[in-house]
Ligand binder design. Structure first.
Ligand code: GTP
Ligand code: MG
Length: 481
């Protein structure tokens, strides 16, 4: 048995290191290819005076993706759906900033690390101007000036010039409390500094944080400032796995539908990568019956997306982050002063037929593990760490290829379009007579050079294009059905 265990562990390590190696090789290959393509594109742009800014943007996106190609899991949803509270329950520590009012303002990326550390990224001037344009647009639309009023009341304008355009800041913290304070300072809507933060990376030395994966807390998708919601929407495209938090105590809102549609649009065929969490199930009156009704109702809405019935059952999960975290607190401190938590725990436990009593709070601790099971946080944790991470490299690899292929196809289409344009211009030149002959000859040389560049691009794209078309066909079929 001992040998068997050792052996299977070795195979596991070998298999994983091999695939990790494959992923790194693919990253290097794409970096080399992109460098060639960039050179060709710059040449064509210069010599033809064509606008290739869309293609350049695709390249920039892919280059950014290649900088951090590892698995990223996004936690998304409308404001106050309980995203940050869920992350805290998952990590079993109060790291992410939570509130009853809209709170998370920037993408907050959590990673496992040997040391606690923060990296803060600030908006540059151009992004900051765009954000304010979006603020003005939303003011005109909704006549709501809340963003500006809060910005003024926190006197954030006084520190604006020292933050906008600042280079990334690495903050080493002395202990976890300092880290928590800094997370609040840079992400909470109550802090005067949060306005300037584009992204915060939180490296945590916490065994509950899965290794080799980034978990991302996002601002609500219905943020007052569209520019910030759009950052989350764009990020959904980047994420390899998306966890959508939906408040189970409200009926599905329009925003919830939009969020879900957006997420499904970007997932392609790999629907197992979408997990939907019904949050705050402790607030339902009859936890079991009410959740079942909700689950059936949501399944009905989502059955067009999830073809596979078993996924509908497996990937829609009711959770209570509040009870999970409070049970752990009670266990640690044996303190029952938090009445709100105490009542919520008693209600949930009784709803599941667990024998607990107000008179004997110890009965809660005795049954803590059983009650904790019904909060489903550990179930989601294991889904994320075991199910998803075991496929992690495979998922990252296929997303890497899919994105590359789509970028290449766009560039290829543009290249072909330009080739046609060249033929057209040659015809025009042919129509002109002698006086243009000399010019035409000279021009022909130039055109040949460009065509040569485009030809080599086209060849490189061909095999990838056919692969992409095949995938695209699949996607179209899925959308049609
Ligand atoms: N009863 C109960 N309340 C919860 C639960 N999860 C979150 N809440 C409460 O819901 C409110 C919003 O929680 P957050 O985690 O800040 O929500 P969010 O989705 O991160 O919100 P934004 O960052 O503003 O988009 C807070 O008052 C939480 O205490 C839960 O499981 N049960
Ligand atoms: Mg939040």
């Amino acid at each position: 048995m001992l040998y068997y265990n050792k052996y299977s562990k070795l195979i596991f390590i070998l298999e994983n290191s091999m695939t990790l190696d494959t992923l790194n090789k693919e990253v290097e290959r794409q970096k080399r290819k992109i460098a060639d393509i960039e050179e060709a594109i710059n040449k064509v742009e210069k010599e033809l005076g064509e606008d290739l800014s869309a293609e350049k943007r695709d390249i920039k996106d892919q280059k950014e993706f290649l900088e951090d190609p590892g698995l990223q899991i996004a936690i998304v949803g409308t404001i106050k759906a309980g995203k940050s509270t869920f992350i805290n329950a998952l990590f079993e520590d109060y790291i992410a900033s939570t509130e009853v009012t809209p709170e998370t303002a920037s993408l907050t990326k959590f990673k496992y690390s040997d040391q606690n550390r923060l990296i803060v990224k600030f908006y540059n001037r151009e992004e900051w101007n765009k954000l304010w344009k979006s603020v003005e647009e939303s003011e005109n639309r909704s006549k709501n000036r809340i963003f500006r009023e809060e910005y003024d009341s926190l006197h954030s304008n006084e520190i604006e010039s020292s933050y906008i355009g600042r280079s990334d800041e690495i903050i080493n913290v002395s202990d976890i409390n300092e880290l928590k304070e800094k997370v609040k300072k840079y992400t909470s809507k109550q802090s005067r500094e949060h306005y300037f933060v584009k992204e915060l990376i939180v490296e945590l030395n916490n065994p509950r944080v899965p290794k080799n994966v980034t978990i991302v807390d996002t601002p609500g998708l219905n943020d007052v400032v569209e520019y910030r919601s759009n950052i989350t929407k764009d990020y959904i495209k980047r994420a390899n796995v998306v966890i959508v938090c939906v408040n189970s105590t409200n009926s599905l809102t329009n925003e919830d539908y939009l969020t879900l549609t957006k997420v499904f649009e970007n997932a392609g065929d790999d629907l197992y990568k979408i997990i939907i969490l019904g949050t705050k199930i402790d607030m339902l009156n009859k936890t079991q019956e009410d959740w079942k009704k909700l689950h059936d109702n949501w399944k009905n809405y989502l059955k067009d997306y999830y073809k596979d019935e078993s996924l509908l059952n497996k990937n829609i999960i009711g959770i209570s982050s509040f009870i999970h975290s409070n049970l752990l607190d009670m266990k640690k401190s044996s303190n029952y002063d938090n009445e709100e938590a105490l009542f919520a725990i008693l209600k949930l436990a009784k709803n599941y037929g667990i024998n607990v009593s107000m008179m004997n709070p110890n009965s809660i601790l005795e049954n803590a593990d059983k009650i904790k099971e019904y909060t489903n946080i550990d179930k989601v944790h294991s889904l994320m760490t075991i199910d998803i991470l075991s496929k992690g490299i495979e998922i990252a690899m296929s997303d890497l290829e899919r994105r590359y292929n789509s970028m290449i196809t766009n560039i290829n289409n543009k290249a072909q379009e330009l080739n046609l344009a060249n033929e057209e211009s040659r015809k025009t030149l042919d129509m002109d007579v002698e006086e243009k002959e000399a010019f035409k000859l000279a021009k022909n040389e130039e055109i040949k050079l460009i065509e040569k560049t485009m030809d080599s691009l086209t060849k490189a794209f061909e095999d990838i294009k056919s692969k992409w078309l095949e995938q695209n066909e699949k996607l179209k079929r899925a959308i049609r059905s």
